[in-house]
Design a protein around this ligand. Structure first.
Ligand SMILES: C[S@@+](CC[C@H](N)C(=O)[O-])C[C@H]1O[C@@H](n2cnc3c(N)ncnc32)[C@H](O)[C@@H]1O
Length: 323
């Protein structure tokens, strides 16, 4: 019953008003996504960056991680915090690309971090077999340089001025208040340290509209898309207010939503079939059917909204201005 309620709540994305809601949504939806993708080792939790030649979500997600790693100049970073790290799959990938990194993964979801810990402490040979997709260089000892911390983005348990770079990949849309997260980043970053966020935002055709207009234009996405619907201007202004200088903004929505939705629509029958192979109670099967239908309608709406520039996805790089 508790699982059913959790699932039902997760359908109503609008209930993501507290950190507990966010944790529940991920705990109830992630197993179904993994089951429908038939890839229990896919521990990435982002939309991915899709090009003409991308054929699967995991490929797109790896591409997004590489893009963010490059944008954040992780090649020359040393101490990095990844906030909203999920299962730490992006951190594993970055560590395998840039061996110099010492990464601390912060997430509010203890269950995700526990799974991540199991992956990180696997013997290298097993990692190579199970998680080879994330590990570009498989001879890296992850236990020595990836640390896991269960904390909220708005209350970071770190000393002042202790890291070079902070990355938040598709997670700041959950952080409330955003200013609390930015203030904490500014506190722990060294002078001239970098903050890089990848975040779904309202597009130029829906800037700062009233709730009624947002609801009218976003339709079902009002409930099922990013937790908070920030406009780019809101985010930029919050970043600058907290003492950062914005260095670069990249708009990548055109390579995120449309192809991700296309993949879902094209593979819908196969994904549905996979969900049916597992034995669920009648009530749960009905609920799963319903959730799947909501995801399908949302995917169509996401594609349309991206093409009409109602939603976008941006990478923002900001530097902590000296105190
Ligand atoms: C869309 S997932 C992205 C995960 C990961 N960056 C990836 O790309 O695979 C968002 C993550 O943010 C985490 N999160 C949400 N709210 C948080 C908060 N207030 N503090 C820390 N992490 C949070 C969630 O638990 C989830 O793991």
């Amino acid at each position: 019953m508790a699982l059913l309620l959790n699932l039902l709540k997760s359908i109503l994305w609008i209930t993501r008003r507290s950190e507990k809601d966010v944790i529940d949504v991920y705990n109830s939806l992630t197993p179904f996504v993994q089951l429908s993708l038939a890839d229990p080792n896919n521990n990435m939790l982002n939309f991915g960056y899709w090009t003409q030649s991308t054929t699967s979500p995991i490929q797109a997600q790896i591409q997004l991680c590489k893009l963010v790693g490059n944008f954040a100049d992780l090649r020359s970073a040393k101490k990095v915090i990844d906030i909203g790290s999920g299962f730490c799959a992006p951190a594993m990938l970055w560590k395998s690309m840039y061996n110099n990194l010492d990464i601390t993964c912060v997430d509010i979801n203890l269950k995700q971090l526990t799974t991540a810990l199991q992956k990180i402490t696997l013997p290298t040979t097993t990692i190579a077999k199970d998680d080879k997709l994330y590990m570009i260089n498989r001879n890296v000892d992850l236990t020595k340089s990836i640390s896991l911390v269960n904390a909220a983005a708005t209350r970071l348990p770190f000393a002042d001025i202790c890291v070079d770079t902070i990355v938040a990949l598709e997670s700041p849309q959950h952080f409330k208040p955003l200013s609390g997260f930015l203030r904490e980043c500014r506190r722990v970053l060294k002078p001239a340290g970098l903050l890089v966020v990848a975040i779904p935002v309202l597009g130029p055709n829906l800037p700062n509209e009233s709730i009624i207009l947002q609801l009218a234009k976003l339709g079902i996405l009002y409930f099922t898309w990013a937790s908070e619907h920030y406009s780019l201007d809101n985010i930029k202004s919050a970043i600058m207010t907290e003492g950062f200088e914005i260095q670069e903004v990249q708009h990548v929505g055109h390579s995120v939503y449309k192809q991700c939705a296309n993949y879902y629509v094209q593979n819908r029958q196969v994904l549905r079939q996979r969900l049916k192979t597992k034995r669920f109670s009648y009530a749960k099967s009905l609920l799963i059917e319903f959730v799947e239908r909501v995801i399908y309608i949302s995917a169509l709406k996401m594609k349309d909204s991206s093409q009409r520039e109602i939603i976008d996805y941006v990478l923002i790089k900001a530097v902590s201005a000296g105190s």
